[in-house]
Design a protein around this ligand. Structure first.
Ligand code: BGC
Length: 768
């Protein structure tokens, strides 16, 4: 049996009609709008409140309100808000329910700040560990990314906020992100880089999609007809609006023709009212042609704000400005084009109640210019439940990579703990870039540890080495912090503290940021610090706060390693709760931790960071564990890995095909396995299911994640987990057929604790 994976739906099937007519209400607004007003609704303007990251001005005459778009993935930017853990930390929980609650909660904060669109989630695939934004993304695996992005979006939108999934598509590195072309074979695009976007559209009905900076097979994402119209709308049936990443559009008319609806932020950076570019407002007040060209000043001022790979377009006026005027005059772009774009934008306004909103919170009703009632739920910033959720995600995402028994720490057995690291005295709130959040309040590690261990345990703090330099889009790199001691940090002090304590906890971190990629090694002298502390201390625990894998040359010398990612404002309390066993470390790696950068598939200059502005994705579908398994490279810690303080045993694994599985609508399968908590501690297990395909027709990864369930299990309890496997999971993308194809032959399901710790299997034969 060889069959298309979508059953009746043939390749090229248009799904929802792309020319979907606007509702009556939107159609009548379109009738009333003047050409000038239409031009206002398709590009960003100035937010009168100075809060929004992007703002679509109102048309008060017609009761169309302004629309505020705000970053971002980990907390509401530009106001003081709850700083949640990094997206990769949420991903490490492998818990769709947690993702849904996170979505609802962050949307509540967005509503409280009177924002309408949340510029999140980022669902790009972690193709290379060096990507500076991997902390903002979920995973190297499209199934895990989709399973978490869908409930997150549903959560956001259920709270009355439009989600904007980003960055569509293949924005997998920060090096030269504005100019490089991701040269991707179709199969890899379909199997790895598009599924999370597809799920956001077809399952979560996301309101908005952000077109990325980069080019894909030669064409800018903002001007890509295939991505923005053929795939997004004609195949997937997207009826929301597309928006450019900030200053990503390079050709206005081409973008309109391709299917871009909204250009952001709609003005050069020095007109863009954001607290972090106030200096530019001052510059803007200078008369043109003054003693120094304004544009040059702007370049100089924006340089540090754009770490390594400056956006060449930030000083340009909107490409939906005079370029479109000329194109309209020349007849290349018509008013019908504008109506189509605005119909999509206003369609989402209508769906989310903006057209009925009078404006609540910070935005004056007159700015909104709309009706009387706001049907959307009111929000709140910094509720107790939000703080609790920030703690819960940080705890649930923390991955215990290795433990020789030193953990959990027990305050009753200890007299002293040395807490060491260049940032051991502060929370790691997030990475650099547009996702930065001004946290409502942070818990630093010393406080968290002291509270968990109790007053009888002496916790000494030493930095050991200088603080790690951070790039920040929004604030000075070094916020004021109380100094720990008199002189600067010294290795000798760290070693002494380690020697004198019962146990040393070393906290180290990377400095990942949007706008630049990072090295695979920990920055500065942190490896050295760990080695020296490990040599001095009786027992050493390393807590990594990184955006992903780093080299761990000291692995054999330490007793436990924890990956806490960027835990957000709750850092100190959450990490201490895991260290002390108040909660089980439930996190599992959403990315493979390789031993060296060379072990990853993008190991040539052509593949990463690219040559002549082309990045060659010739590794195809062999990314992450798909590569490590296929090439038989031993990872340091495999995808899906994470220890628990409890111990789990797996029973037999069974698989059954649904009725009709051999006809065009099948197969779907149910994989079941029983899991027992065979320890005396309560814990959580993440039951993972990988499918090994026949792989006769094309070269396929040995195994791919097709399902998982995250289950709390009390000590001694067992439970049968049933995983529903959909048709697509069996299939590969056939480039010739331009469709998903399911091969005949044996499909084997493996269940287990990670991609490399498989505890049972069951096989189905198709077509025989
Ligand atoms: C980022 C987006 C972000 C936008 C607005 C861009 O630099 O790539 O993720 O939403 O800025 O801040």
């Amino acid at each position: 049996m060889t069959d298309t994976a979508d059953g009746q739906s043939e390749a090229g099937d248009a799904g929802t009609d792309p020319a979907t007519a606007p509702s009556e209400r939107v159609a009548s607004l379109l009738d009333e709008l003047t050409l000038g007003e239409k031009r206002v609704l398709i590009k960003g303007g100035i937010d009168p409140e100075g809060i929004a990251t992007g703002y679509v001005p109102p048309i008060e005459r017609l009761g169309i309100p302004g629309c505020s778009l705000v970053d971002g993935p980990m907390g509401i930017r530009a106001v003081t808000s709850t700083a949640f853990p990094a997206t990769v930390s949420l991903a490490a929980s492998w818990d769709p329910d947690l993702a849904r609650r996170f979505g609802e909660t962050i949307a509540s904060e967005a509503r409280a700040a009177d924002q309408d669109v949340l510029l999140a989630p980022g669902v790009n695939i972690a193709r290379v560990p060096q990507c500076g934004r991997n902390f903002e993304y979920y995973s190297e695996d499209p199934t895990l990314a989709s399973e978490l992005a869908v409930p997150m979006i549903e959560g956001v939108q259920s709270a009355g906020v439009m989600a904007c999934v980003k960055h569509y598509a293949a924005n997998n590195q920060e090096t030269d992100r504005h100019t490089t072309s991701a040269e991707i074979p179709e199969r890899a695009l379909r199997e790895l880089y598009l599924p999370a976007f597809e799920a956001a559209v077809t399952e979560a009905e996301v309101a908005s999609v952000m077109a990325a900076y980069n080019r894909i097979n030669g064409t800018h994402a903002t001007e890509h007809p295939r991505l923005l119209t053929e795939i997004l709308r004609e195949e997937w049936g997207f009826d929301g609006f597309t928006v450019s990443d900030w200053w990503a559009t390079t050709d206005g008319p081409a973008a309109v023709e391709a299917g871009l609806d909204l250009d952001m932020p709609g003005m050069p950076v020095y007109e863009w009212h954001e607290p972090d570019v106030k200096l530019l407002d001052v510059l803007d007040a200078l008369p043109d042609g003054a003693w120094f060209p304004k544009r040059r000043i702007a370049e100089l001022v924006t340089a540090p704000w754009q770490p390594e790979n400056p956006n060449p377009h930030v000083l340009e006026e909107s490409h939906f400005g005079s370029e479109l005027t000329a194109a309209i005059e020349a007849g290349r772009i018509t008013e019908a084009d504008l109506d189509r774009m605005i119909g999509r934008i206003l369609g989402q306004y209508e769906r989310f109640g903006l057209l009925d909103a009078s404006g609540t919170g910070g935005t004056a009703a007159s700015d909104r210019g709309a009706g009387d009632e706001d049907p959307r739920p009111a929000g709140v910033i910094d509720a107790d439940e939000h703080r609790d959720l920030a703690i819960e995600i940080a705890e649930r995402g923390t991955v215990l990579l290795e433990n020789d028994g030193v953990l959990p720490l027990d305050g009753d057995d200890l007299d002293s703990v040395a807490l060491i690291g260049p940032h051991a005295d502060e929370a790691k709130v997030g990475g650099g870039g547009s996702s930065e959040v001004d946290a409502v309040g942070t818990v630093a590690p010393p406080r968290g540890l002291r509270e968990c261990l109790g007053g009888d345990v002496d916790v000494t703090v030493e930095r050991g080495v200088d603080r790690i330099e951070m790039d920040s889009f929004t604030e000075s790199p070094f916020p004021d912090l109380p100094s720990i001691g008199g002189a600067g940090p010294s290795m000798a002090d760290a070693e002494r503290a380690a020697r004198e304590a019962d146990v040393a906890v070393v906290m180290v971190q990377d400095a990942a940021t949007e706008g630049a990629d990072r090295a695979f090694d920990l920055p500065d002298e942190q490896d050295d610090l760990i080695e020296r502390v490990a040599a001095a201390a009786e027992r050493t625990i390393v807590v990594l706060k990184t955006s992903g894998a780093v080299a761990m040359p000291w692995r054999e010398d330490v007793d436990a390693i924890l990956e806490a990612w960027y835990p957000g404002q709750a850092d100190g309390g959450a990490v201490a709760n895991v260290l002390c066993g108040n909660v089980d470390p439930t996190g599992r790696l959403p990315v493979t931790f390789g031993a060296a950068a060379e072990d990853y598939p993008a190991d040539t200059e052509e593949r990463y960071p690219g040559r002549d502005l082309e990045v060659d994705y010739s590794e195809g579908v062999f990314v992450g564990y798909r590569h490590f398994d296929d090439a038989d490279v031993e990872p340091l810690f495999p995808f899906g890995h994470g220890e628990s303080y409890a111990a789990f045993e797996y029973g037999d694994c069974n698989v059954s095909l649904a009725d009709g599985a051999s006809d065009a609508s099948g197969p779907t399968a149910t994989v079941s396995v029983s899991v027992e908590n065979a320890s005396e501690r309560d814990g959580w297990e993440v039951v993972q299911c990988y499918l090994a395909p026949p792989g006769d027709a094309v070269d396929r990864p040995p195994r791919a994640l097709v399902g998982f369930e995250t289950v709390p299990l009390e000590a001694g309890k067992s439970r049968t987990v049933e995983l529903e496997i959909d048709r697509r999971s069996f299939a590969y993308y056939d480039e010739d057929a331009a469709d998903w194809v399911i091969e005949d032959g044996e499909h084997t399901f493996h269940v287990g604790r990670s991609s490399r710790d498989l505890r049972g299997s069951a096989t189905v034969s198709l077509g025989e």
